[in-house]
Design a protein around this ligand. Structure first.
Ligand SMILES: Cc1ncc(COP(=O)(O)O)c(C=O)c1O
Ligand SMILES: [Zn+2]
Length: 443
């Protein structure tokens, strides 16, 4: 496992001394200029992290800055990412913003009751422009691609990253290359990626194979890589946490639960909480609960062994967005869990689909991977890790329409039907037929 440099590591020496932001290798401590386009540390291959000089304000003054309307065209409050730009990319000027963020924090008593926590809120990232939290990282990643003068951008994806990259690249006028595992991405996501015009390659292999291939290809072809190993994406994804804290008037919840696949988001949440605490935005750090599917749970396996070694598995879950066996951001996510006294758990596909049915039936809806966070809350309540009186925010990462196929497969083809399954009924075009259906259901 790599050593992590402390948040107080010094800025680079030499010409970068005056830099507002820079990149730091978490493995060997090498520093790179903010606009260096390498996807990894050129010296040791380690993952990079973006560091910024602390903003002038902290504590109440910084909270006031983020709470106030941001009166310039770049961060006028219409983007929930660029509202926090002092902590995201302070030097950015010409940003590629849809806009994104400003997603709701929802309370639905039926979901809270089901999960066993009264004070359960759902942060619905499916309300982003392409229907997932990926837009928060992509506005920053594609902005950075333009700043470094990239001629094209690329990613491997389980579907949401590709949809988001395709949209933001189209807006920026950059060609996009996307590699997805053939037959393993949800229909909504593939449709979006094609519609927005990305060159889309269906790789005969799993996500992990697509990721190593795109890394090789981007190096060989000189294309800017926008997977979540790209540290600028992490900067954007931090704003899920900043925004939910702001929505709670900076009174942090006890827990934040999120689905975990490649672990970029877990890493981003850890970094956001570290920074929010260090800058006095919050006085107490919520605990992270990272939730995997049991069929793709290398991080949970490693957590059970106190992270003494990383695990790698052959992934197999219906939650295609988290169907990942060899997570790229493993080390950064370990830091996130350790620093927040967090936990990692795994829930079965049946538990995920049961949670999704409850979330859907409450009129909220989400894609299967997103429901893992709520299923994880229930599992952690049952094992006593989360107390029923604690305040929990579960992040719903993607929109219900992302994976329409799942409803057809599980609600309509599974016998016996799963709980809360809602099946369509075919009728003759007569009033009598409608009355007959209602009569049967009225009984
Ligand atoms: C809907 C959804 N949820 C969760 C995740 C997992 O996020 P991460 O890979 O950052 O762990 C993804 C990643 O693709 C996703 O699309
Ligand atoms: Zn290095």
């Amino acid at each position: 496992m790599t050593d992590h440099a402390t948040p107080t590591a010094p800025p680079p020496r030499g010409p970068e001394t005056e830099a507002r932001s820079w990149q730091l290798c978490l493995r060997c401590g090498e520093t790179l200029a903010e606009t260096d386009p390498w996807p990894r540390c050129p010296r040791c291959g380690g993952l990079l992290e973006v560091r910024h000089r602390p903003p002038g304000a902290r504590g109440a003054a910084l909270r006031a800055l983020f709470d106030a309307p941001r009166g310039d065209p770049l961060a006028d409050g219409s983007s929930g990412v660029w509202r926090f730009r002092e902590l995201v990319l302070p030097t950015a000027t010409d940003v590629v913003s849809h806009p994104e963020g400003n997603t709701p924090l929802l309370h639905r008593p039926a979901v809270a009751r089901w999960a066993g926590v009264d004070a359960l809120l759902m942060k619905h990232e499916g309300h982003n422009p392409t229907g997932s939290f990926k837009d928060r990282g992509m506005t920053v990643g594609v902005t950075q691609a333009r700043r470094v003068g990239a001629r094209a951008v690329a990613c491997a994806s389980t579907g949401n990253t590709s949809a988001s990259l395709a949209a933001y690249a189209a807006q920026a006028g950059l060609p996009a290359l996307v590699l997805v595992p053939s037959g393993k991405i949800a229909l909504g996501k593939l449709t979006q990626t094609l519609a927005y015009g990305a060159r889309t390659l269906l790789v005969r292999g799993d996500f992990d194979a697509a990721l190593s291939l795109v890394q090789e290809a981007s190096e060989r072809l000189g294309v800017y890589l926008l997977n979540s190993i790209n540290p600028f994406r992490i900067e954007g994804q931090k704003t899920i946490v900043f925004e939910l804290l702001r929505q709670l008037a900076w009174d942090p919840p006890d827990w934040i639960a999120l689905p975990a696949g490649n672990l970029g988001n877990t890493a981003a949440f850890g970094k956001a909480l570290r920074e929010a605490h260090a800058l006095g935005l919050i006085g107490r750090v919520p605990r992270l609960a990272a939730v995997q599917a049991t069929g793709a749970a290398p991080f949970a396996a490693s957590f059970r062994e106190a992270f003494t070694r990383p695990h790698r598995v052959r992934a197999d879950t219906v939650a295609t967005a988290i169907n990942i066996g060899d997570p790229a951001s493993f080390d950064r996510a370990v830091t996130a869990i350790r620093e927040t006294d967090g936990v990692v758990t795994a829930v079965s596909d049946d538990e995920i689909l049961a949670a999704k049915a409850v979330i859907d039936a409450a009129g909220v809806g989400c894609e299967p991977a997103s429901a893992a966070s709520v299923a994880g809350v229930l599992a952690l309540v049952r094992e006593g890790a989360i107390g029923p009186g604690e305040r929990v925010v579960a992040v719903l990462t993607g929109h219900v329409l992302k994976d329409p196929g799942i409803l057809v497969r599980f609600h309509q083809e599974t016998e016996p039907p799963p709980p809360l399954a809602n099946r369509p009924i075919e009728i003759d075009p007569t009033l009598a037929a409608i009355e007959k259906v209602l009569e049967v259901e009225g009984r």
